[in-house]
Ligand binder design. Structure first.
Ligand code: HEC
Length: 136
């Protein structure tokens, strides 16, 4: 994870050419209000949808792992809270003041709500490769 983060940071550096580290992402201009309501732009560094309180999430949620771990996940407010409580209990995630936590949960539940299952449908047996362990 650390290596991946370093590479991302390096790429951001090279691309911007400014020599200013995380500022490269911070200076990305927000999408115009009209465009935002349909499909918010994605932050090139974290992959987070740049809408609402996304910067609060960026500040608190991508220090330990890639933003991809977040954006590929889906959940209700309750499910997101459960994931946060788990990280707080097991992964050294810090405590949030209630207002910050509310913003994070609202952002996540709004932008990454439960939806269509991310898993592919089961293949029918005739589309499967032969089973090498079947012994036939
Ligand atoms: C202090 C470090 C730390 C911070 C900060 C942190 N996490 Fe995590 N998180 C982890 C670790 C460690 C894992 C497990 C990583 C793995 O499985 O590879 C994890 C896993 C996850 C997962 C995957 C859970 C699953 O069931 O697969 C999600 C989603 C997630 N974090 C979201 C967040 C969000 C949202 C925030 C901000 C509120 C956040 N993380 C902040 C340490 C952190």
């Amino acid at each position: 994870m650390r290596t991946a983060l370093a590479i991302v940071a390096l790429l951001a550096l090279t691309a911007s050419g400014t020599g200013v580290l995380p500022a490269a992402a911070a200076e990305t201009p927000p999408a115009p209000a009209g465009a935002q309501s349909t499909s918010p732009g994605l932050d090139p560094v974290t992959g987070l949808k740049m809408t609402g309180d996304w910067e609060v999430v960026r500040a608190n949620c991508v220090g330990c792992h890639s933003g991809r771990l977040i954006t590929q996940q889906r959940g209700t407010a309750e499910q997101w809270l459960t994931m946060i409580r788990w990280m707080q209990a097991k992964q050294n995630l810090w405590q949030f003041d209630p207002a910050t936590e509310e913003k994070i949960i609202a952002y996540l539940a709004t932008n990454y709500p439960p939806g269509k299952s991310q898993r592919r449908a089961v293949l029918s047996p005739d589309l499967m490769p032969p089973n090498p362990y079947s012994g036939t």
